[in-house]
Design a protein around this ligand. Structure first.
Ligand code: PRP
Ligand code: MN
Ligand code: MG
Length: 183
């Protein structure tokens, strides 16, 4: 089973449920009456997006974007390519970007600048996980679930080679999983 590849659980299903309920309540109060556009960043943000909007309990709209960093090397150029754009015009809208994790910050820096360029009225960020040690550019989330140590984590949207996104918790893989992949 998928579970058997996990060395340890960092944030349990219960930890995440409690945190998404707390964040959802705060965000529901913050965005009451403005019909925010909640933007999930594919694919990692899907489970968190689904939980956070159901905790907000206010009228809102949902849309999705898919982006990827240019280049294949380990050192990213910092440039971001749009693979799927929004269907919605953001001009004059209050935007809440939903992410599973902020690492270098390059994805979010690009998106915040893009939405401001497109004349969004406001742009805020909620992320389940913030890996502050990974930061290469200056960007801060407005709402953070957990500050995560500089470890490779999977589950609840986060993948290793596209797998493990459907685990209901966030955990660390057993080292032999990577070792097998390198053979
Ligand atoms: C991951 C993660 C964030 C981004 C964070 O997505 O879901 O979107 O990287 O990294 P950064 O702060 O260094 O930009 P990825 O591009 O792997 O796509 P995925 O969500 O489809 O896994
Ligand atoms: Mn992502
Ligand atoms: Mg990924």
């Amino acid at each position: 089973m998928l579970d058997q590849d996990i060395k340890k659980i960092i944030y349990s299903k219960e930890d995440i449920a409690k945190k998404t309920a707390e964040l959802g309540q705060v965000l529901g109060e913050k965005y009451q009456g403005v019909n925010p556009l909640v933007v999930g960043i594919l694919k990692g943000a899907v489970p968190f997006m689904a939980d956070i909007v159901r905790s907000m309990n206010i009228p809102l709209e949902m849309d999705f974007m898919d982006v990827s960093s240019y280049g294949t090397g380990t050192v990213s150029s910092g440039e971001v390519k749009i693979l799927k754009d929004l269907d919605t015009n953001v001009e004059g809208r209050d935007i809440l970007i939903v992410e599973d994790i902020i690492d270098s910050g390059q994805t979010l820096k690009y998106l915040v600048e893009l939405f401001k360029y497109r004349k969004a009225k406001s742009v805020q960020i909620v992320t389940l996980l913030d890996k502050v040690e990974g930061r290469l550019v200056d960007i801060k989330a407005d709402y953070v679930g957990f500050n995560v140590p500089n470890e490779f984590v999977v589950g609840y949207g986060l993948d290793y080679a596209e797998a493990y996104r459907n685990l209901p918790y966030v955990g660390v893989l057993k080292p032999e999983i990577y070792e097998t992949a390198n053979e």
